[in-house]
Design a protein around this ligand. Structure first.
Ligand SMILES: Cc1cc2nc3c(=O)[nH]c(=O)nc-3n(C[C@H](O)[C@H](O)[C@H](O)COP(=O)(O)OP(=O)(O)OC[C@H]3O[C@@H](n4cnc5c(N)ncnc54)[C@H](O)[C@@H]3O)c2cc1C
Length: 525
């Protein structure tokens, strides 16, 4: 089996073994959740990711493990209830990665105070014994104490409720490590380029190593397409005339300094001018503002979408309406966009609005047996993984085994609850690595040892992998992170014995990426 702690021989498992029970295409929340579930049931599991783990939508979320208060308005009670149950499982299985966070909904009109209070009581009810704490009504003074940065004119009170917060890319890396602990092989930079068929049935796939161009043909009894917004492309490898299933919708976030929203509680604006929800959330020493819901049916380039000017303006304008000292464009430390793989209802050709489309997931099986899972939320990744593996057992006739993930502790889960380092028990290993006493950059809490750890144990292959997803430097302050590119490159070159050409290529890719997080289109500084 491939271990990420052998980065120089990362493809050994593909050479050793050509036959797998389950092949999962895509290393985001959906694919990694399926890999953990399949490996925990004892199936020979291979997951391949075209780029880096969580390099798509799964690192660009609002970073909430939540039922989704706004889905109550849509009447999606089942989705909310399932998500609230999953929130509780995650808090128990990954306490180092998920923690409760208080949200305050301010009310500037008495009627809103009553309506939000009733809605949040219903939220509590759906959570049942999985509730983190009961929502409470706050008077004007209590709201101001919780959110000192809030505009006070006409403020009458508010409601406080609780949800979960996490680091999305860190959870993805943890799931990859958990799947490997359970015997799976998980490989990044290995796109599926073709599906293999025999007698009209899918029997495997062709994979291409993006670093060496080496090709591999592998056989699998079940093939799961978990490629998010790319799912239609993989479906069309199976059936070239398959009609598209997805309507991509873009959501962006802006990251600003914590001074714009002092305190430890999040602000939730339940109705923006376009009828959406907007959050301002303390996250890793900064504040995250988001999000938008912009239909992007025209997107041909599904990798690394850029925030649109009008989306940035919209978030700043909404923040200006509620904050005493609102941020402006020059205050933005980082900006990023993600694409929701929403399933559009049959016969829906109206791509103008996506905010009303369900956030629930769907599982489809083609006539040749390709299993596609799409839609859903980070919060429900475990349940989605369980259901898609149940489906694979049926489709491929695998020996039936029950899902184990509901109570499965994730990699690094600490034995002592006070250990809330996101690396969990792995944090103690950093001390043994060179650079544990050298910070990568004074703006961030990362040591050089963490960079080495990411390369040796977390399958990081490029500077961007380290600055965007093993650490969150690009997401927190893209300009500061840009000045760490050279040092990270030097460490990568040492650890992976990189050629000068390869080092040059990953350095210039990281520079492009730093610009993207500063909202600058490629090659246009
Ligand atoms: C703005 C925004 C905010 C969100 N906020 C939240 C939130 O707060 N809480 C929450 O629960 N959910 C949230 N979500 C939803 C959640 O982020 C997504 O549902 C989830 O990340 C989707 O994961 P995925 O694995 O399906 O897709 P992705 O993360 O996109 O993963 C698919 C992967 O497949 C890979 N791939 C594509 N083609 C191939 C190929 N041929 N071979 C191999 N690999 C391939 C891609 O490179 C990609 O990494 C949010 C979504 C958005 C857009």
């Amino acid at each position: 089996m491939n271990r990420p702690d052998s980065p120089l021989d990362r493809l050994a498992a593909l050479r050793d073994s050509k036959r797998w029970d389950v092949l999962i295409i895509g290393g985001g929340a959906s694919g990694l959740g399926a890999a953990v579930d399949a490996a925990a049931r004892g199936y020979r599991t291979l997951l391949v990711e075209a780029r880096d783990f969580a390099s798509g939508t799964s690192s660009c979320s609002t970073k909430l493990i939540h039922g989704g208060v706004r889905y109550l308005r849509q009447g999606d009670f089942a989705l909310v209830s399932h998500a609230l149950h999953e929130r509780s499982h995650l808090l128990a299985n990954a306490p180092h990665l998920v923690h409760p966070l208080a949200f305050v909904i301010p009310a500037w009109r008495g009627i809103d105070w009553v309506v939000y209070g009733a809605g949040l009581k219903f939220y509590d009810l759906l959570a049942g014994h999985h509730s983190l704490d009961a929502s409470v009504s706050l008077n004007r003074q209590e709201v101001i104490a919780a959110l000192p940065g809030l505009r006070r004119k006409h403020l009458c009170g508010g409601i406080r409720y609780w949800d979960g917060q996490f680091d999305d890319a860190r959870l993805a890396i943890t799931l990859m490590r958990t799947a490997i602990d359970l015997g799976a092989t998980c490989l990044n930079y290995l796109p599926v380029t073709r599906l293999l068929k025999s007698g009209g049935r899918i029997v495997g796939a062709v994979l291409r190593d993006a670093e060496s161009e080496e090709q591999f043909e592998i056989q699998a009894r079940a093939v799961i397409n978990a490629t998010g917004v790319h799912a239609d492309r993989v479906r069309q490898m199976d059936e070239p005339t398959a009609p598209p299933l997805l309507t991509p919708s873009q959501g962006i976030h802006l990251v600003v300094d914590a001074d714009f929203l002092p305190g430890q509680q999040a602000l939730m604006i339940p109705k923006t001018e376009d009828g959406r929800v907007m959050f301002a959330i303390p996250w890793q020493g900064k504040v995250l503002l988001g999000t938008t819901d912009t239909p992007r049916p025209e997107l041909h380039q599904l990798d690394d979408p850029l925030p649109l000017d009008r989306e940035i303006d919209f978030l700043l304008h909404t923040a200006a309406g509620v904050l005493v000292q609102p941020p402006t464009r020059t205050d933005i430390r980082s900006a990023f966009a993600g694409l929701r793989p929403l399933i559009h209802p049959e016969n829906n050709s109206d791509h103008r609005s996506t905010s009303a489309l369900s956030r629930d997931h769907a599982i489809m099986v083609s006539t040749s047996g390709l299993i596609t899972i799409a839609g859903g939320k980070w919060t429900t990744y475990r349940r989605m993984g369980e259901q898609v593996v149940d489906c694979a057992i049926q489709v491929a006739g695998l020996p039936a085994e029950l899902s184990m993930t509901r109570t499965l502790k994730l990699h690094g889960c600490p034995t002592k609850p006070e250990n809330d380092n996101p690396l969990g028990t792995d944090a103690s290993l950093l001390i043994e690595l060179p650079g544990h006493d050298r910070v990568l950059h004074p703006a961030f809490p990362y040591s050089e040892a963490q960079v080495r750890f990411a390369i040796r144990h977390e399958a990081a292959r490029t500077t961007e992998d380290i600055l965007a997803r093993r650490t969150r430097a690009f997401f927190l302050d893209a300009k500061a992170a840009e000045s760490s590119i050279q040092r990270v490159g030097e460490i990568l070159a040492q650890e992976l014995t990189l050629s000068p050409e390869r080092l040059q290529a990953i350095t210039s890719q990281a520079q492009q990426s730093a610009r993207r997080f500063q909202g600058i289109p490629p090659d246009n500084r």
